[in-house]
Design a protein around this ligand. Structure first.
Ligand SMILES: NC(=O)NCCC[C@H](N)C(=O)O
Length: 260
C-alpha cells in the first residue's frame, strides 16, 4: 500500500463490493440499489476529496461484506491511536480486519473494542478534543466505556449522547470547522448537549465532511442546507451519493479522515 506524502491530509476509503445492494437497512424502507451507479458515485466522492488536497488510500476490499464501503464504522482515530471497532451489526464485524493493517501502515497505535462491547465509527463525532459518542442501536454502553478508556487518557473529553431515531450519531449531527454542531432537529434527541447547535432544514444536510479551509462536502440531496452554509461563508461541495443514502449512508461514512 503506497503512502506518498504524509503532509497531506489522508483518507482511507474502500470501494463498494459486488454485494453492495445487499447492505443493511434499519430505519428506512429498502429501495433497489444500482451497483454500477454506486461505483460511479463512490469514484466521484473520492475525486472530490482529492480535488481538495486529500490523499486517498484504498483499503483492501471486503467483498463478502455488503456494507464494507462504509469504512468509517470500522475505526475511530484520536491523536494517532486507532480504536478498531466491534460493529453493532454482526454481518459487519469482518470489515475491521484489513482496516487494522491500513491504520498500522499509517503509523497509528491500535486498540480494539472487545466483546461484549459494540461501537460503530458513525457514532463517534470529534469536535476538537471533545469526542461525542452516540449510544444507540449499534453502540452499546460497554462500547462507550471502552471508547472512554481508550481516548480519555490521551486527553479527550468523552460525552455520551443518546441516539434513538437514526442509525448513528453522525446520521443526525456533524460539526462545522468552528465547532458548531449542525443537525436536523427531528432526528436529534438532545440538542442541548451541544454548546453551539445550528438546526439545518434537511435530513441529508445534517452531514458534512470538513475538507479544509471553508470547504464542506455535503450531499447533493441537501440544496437548502448548502445554501444556508454558503450564506454563512462556507463553500459547500455537493456530491451525489444517492445509492448509498438508500442504505442509510452519508458523506461521512465513506471515508476515515486523518488530519496531520
Ligand atoms: N457511518 C455511517 O453512516 N454508516 C452507514 C452504514 C450503513 C449500513 N447500511 C449499515 O446499516 O451499517
Amino acid at each position: 500500500m503506497p503512502y506518498t506524502d504524509a503532509r497531506l491530509p489522508r483518507a482511507l476509503v474502500r470501494r463498494p463490493g459486488p454485494r453492495v445492494a445487499e447492505g443493511l437497512v434499519t430505519h428506512i424502507d429498502r429501495s433497489p440499489v444500482d451497483p454500477g451507479l454506486a461505483s460511479r458515485q463512490w469514484a466521484a466522492y473520492v475525486l472530490a476529496l482529492r480535488a481538495h488536497g486529500w490523499e486517498t488510500i484504498e483499503t483492501e476490499p471486503a467483498h463478502d461484506c455488503p456494507d464494507a464501503v462504509f469504512i468509517e464504522d470500522t475505526v475511530a482515530i484520536y491523536r494517532g491511536t486507532a480504536l478498531l471497532t466491534r460493529p453493532g451489526a454482526a454481518s459487519r464485524r469482518a470489515e475491521t480486519r484489513a482496516v487494522e493493517a491500513a491504520v498500522k501502515a499509517l503509523g497509528c497505535s491500535v486498540l480494539r473494542v472487545e466483546a461484549p462491547g459494540t461501537l460503530d465509527g458513525g457514532d463517534v463525532l470529534k469536535v476538537g478534543d471533545t469526542v461525542y459518542v452516540g449510544r444507540g442501536g449499534r453502540t452499546n454502553a460497554e462500547g462507550v466505556r471502552q471508547l472512554r478508556a481508550a481516548f480519555v487518557p490521551l486527553g479527550a473529553r468523552v460525552i455520551a449522547v443518546p441516539v434513538s431515531s437514526v442509525l448513528h450519531l453522525k446520521s443526525a449531527v456533524t460539526a462545522l470547522p468552528d465547532g458548531t454542531v449542525i443537525g436536523y432537529p427531528p432526528l436529534v434527541d438532545h440538542p442541548t448537549l451541544f454548546p453551539h447547535f445550528l438546526p439545518v432544514p434537511e435530513e441529508q444536510g445534517a452531514h458534512v465532511v470538513q475538507l479544509g479551509g471553508t470547504a464542506l462536502l455535503i450531499s447533493a440531496a441537501a440544496p437548502k442546507t448548502a445554501e444556508l452554509l454558503n450564506d454563512l461563508g462556507y463553500e459547500p461541495v455537493p456530491v451525489d451519493i444517492g445509492e448509498f443514502e438508500k442504505l442509510e449512508g452519508c458523506v461521512t461514512c465513506l471515508s476515515v479522515r486523518l488530519r496531520g
